[in-house]
Design a protein around this ligand. Structure first.
Ligand code: HMG
Ligand code: MG
Length: 298
């Protein structure tokens, strides 16, 4: 039988903050990451080593890594699209990184400025160097349930790419519904397909809540045995260029749902809510977590 423990990878400091247009100080980022660690979050994606021309908000990730309190038992990871990013991450003392590919050629060009196969060629030396140094590498695939450039995405495309990333040495591949269009129907069809070829513990779900389906999609994934999910405190995120786009599923909402299902994340919900509310106040933006809003109102 499947485990009652669920792994939450907190991506708010990366996927959330990368989309904020206003400047955020390194000190505020560090405060958020430290608050999350103290709330019991054990996997925190703390930054990206990507081109500052492409994603200005993640510039200074080296300073973030230099300033955080590294709590025992907590993994602080970073996105690295190529060797240049990997070397910068190593220099910053990062011990876990993530590579990111796309299920579609259109989004690969938009996000990485290269084809899918070129992106894999860039990841190959990174995965070898990481293996030699004992650095864990996670993989992401974007647009698994729909693409803003190429439209519908077949489960076959996603499973084949996930298998390649695992074969190259990623310990887990997180399947990302980048534009949040998936439903429990399409999510189940995707994971059912992937699970014919890949073990459940090699896969994670990464759901953006743009169309309001993220928790339902996680529930569908849980029923198929998936036990690793990405979420962002306070539902941070949203793209300034895509009207109505929102962030990842809110971590508070996910923890509340898991608690209600008797599943364990190890996260202290009130402390998580406080962490989310603090960053929202610093950013001057409304809290996107329904659970946080209900808690704070009550
Ligand atoms: P490029 O322009 O094709 O790269 O960008 P290049 O190799 O030709 O180099 C061009 C310039 O970029 C050079 O600088 C390099 O030094 C620099 P210049 O000589 O012009 O001054 N450069 C770098 N600088 C810092 N760090 C690096 C790096 N590499 C090159 N690692 C590149 C290719 C991949 C760099 C670029 O497209 C990029 O940075 N993309 C990142 C995009 C990104 O971060 N997207 C958001 C994260 S993914 C995501 O959010 C999805 C996810 O959440 C799942 C989901 O929801 O789908 C994970
Ligand atoms: Mg994302």
């Amino acid at each position: 039988s499947t485990s009652n423990n669920v792994r939450l990878v907190e991506v708010g400091p990366r996927d959330g903050l990368q989309n904020e247009e206003q400047p955020i100080t390194v000190a505020d980022k560090i405060r958020l990451i430290d608050d999350l660690g103290h709330a019991g979050v054990r996997w925190i994606e703390a930054g990206s080593f990507v081109s500052p021309k492409w994603v200005p908000q993640m510039a200074g990730s080296d300073q973030v890594f230099a300033g955080i309190q590294r709590l025992p038992g907590v993994s602080y990871s970073a996105l690295t699209p190529n060797m240049q990013g990997f070397e910068a991450a190593l220099a910053a003392g990062v011990r876990e990184v993530a590579v990111f590919a796309a299920a579609t050629e259109g989004f690969s060009q938009r996000n990485l400025n290269c084809s899918i196969s070129q992106s894999l060629q860039r990841f190959a030396p990174l995965l070898e160097a990481a293996k030699a140094r004992g650095i864990a590498v996670r993989g992401y695939i974007s647009c698994v349930l729909g693409c803003p450039c190429d439209g519908e995405v077949a489960p076959q495309q996603v499973t084949a790419l996930a298998r390649e990333l695992l074969d190259m040495g990623c310990y887990e591949v997180s399947l990302g519904d980048t534009i949040g269009v998936g439903t429990p129907g399409s999510t189940s069809r995707l994971f059912e397909h992937a699970l014919q070829q890949l073990p459940a513990d090699s896969l994670a779900g990464h759901f953006h809540d743009t169309w309001g389906q993220a928790l339902a999609n996680i529930h569908a994934s849980l029923q198929l045995g998936i036990r690793s999910f990405d979420s962002a405190v306070a539902g941070l995120g949203g793209c300034p260029y895509a009207k109505g786009a929102t962030g990842n599923v809110a971590s508070e909402d996910l923890v509340y749902m898991l608690n209600g299902m008797g599943l364990h994340s190890g996260i202290d919900l009130p402390a998580l809510i406080a962490a989310g509310q603090r960053i929202c106040e610093l950013l001057g933006r409304p809290n996107q977590s329904r659970v946080a809003r209900a808690w704070l109102a009550g």
